[in-house]
Design a protein around this ligand. Structure first.
Ligand SMILES: N[C@@H](CCC(=O)N[C@@H](CS)C(=O)NCC(=O)O)C(=O)O
Length: 230
């Protein structure tokens, strides 16, 4: 089986086609539309967790694999199909920074954005302690990233890496779900401008979510959630 990437439209699985386009490797992209918010049954059937991304492939040992979790999919593709490109090796001076930011994406940034999404749809008032903590933590994470990309062009340092591919969804498309105004984070906005200039990012977004504009600016995108009831 050729490398197959299952992508749920308007979701964090946009990271995997972007990775494949940056690596310039062959892959088959299968896209699914939300129904209306969650994954449709045919995507849910692929993996017990029922969420995107899911990749399928024949591994180097000849085993048919079905893999989920974005960081696992990214590492698999980089190591099996990408010759290690877009990851930094232990011998690289920025190796520790690469590891840190690669994992920060899902372990911290995306967690804060997901929690923020849930509170934005709940009845909790602004003085609710848990909501307040969420707002504070999101601001802390965004300030931390803003400071980082004021000092270096890419999260790991001078080189664009998979750490950037892991993180950008949470700063862009995720704001469809978790309204976030980025106008107080000028360095993140400049960073997103650099991202938007990458041909592979443009190509992947056009393939993964045709018709959706990449949310690279400060404003909070509204049109998608407005179209979903409940
Ligand atoms: N931790 C997982 C999260 C996967 C996930 O929650 N995917 C969402 C897309 S944003 C999804 O498929 N949601 C639809 C559903 O759960 O039905 C990862 O990093 O891949």
């Amino acid at each position: 089986m050729p490398l197959t990437v299952h992508h749920l439209r308007v979701s964090q699985s946009e990271r995997i086609p972007w990775l494949c386009e940056e690596l310039e490797i062959p892959y088959e992209l299968v896209t699914y539309t939300r129904s209306p918010l969650l994954a449709p049954p045919e995507l849910k059937a692929l993996h017990p967790m029922g969420a995107a991304p899911v990749i399928q492939d024949t591994s180097p040992s000849g085993k048919a694999i079905t893999l989920a979790e974005t960081p696992a999919c990214a590492e698999y593709i980089i190591n099996v199909h990408g010759g290690g490109q877009l990851a930094l090796p232990p011998s690289h001076p920025d190796y520790a920074d690469y590891l840190y930011w690669f994992h920060f994406a899902n372990s911290n940034l995306q967690c804060q954005m997901s929690t923020s999404f849930r509170f934005s749809r709940s009845n909790a008032t602004d003085d609710d302690m848990f909501k307040k903590t969420t707002v504070d933590r999101k601001a802390k994470v965004l300030s931390f990233i803003d400071d980082r990309v004021s000092k270096v062009p890419w999260l790991a340092g001078e080189e664009f890496t998979a750490a950037d591919i892991m993180s950008v969804f949470s700063l862009t498309t995720m704001r469809v779900f978790a309204p976030t105004d980025l106008s107080g984070y000028p360095n993140i906005l400049k960073y997103l401008e650099r991202v938007g200039e990458r041909p592979a990012y443009k190509r992947s977004m056009a393939k993964a979510d045709p018709g959706m504009r990449p949310y690279l600016g400060a404003e909070t995108p509204k049109e998608f959630m407005d179209s979903i009831k409940g």
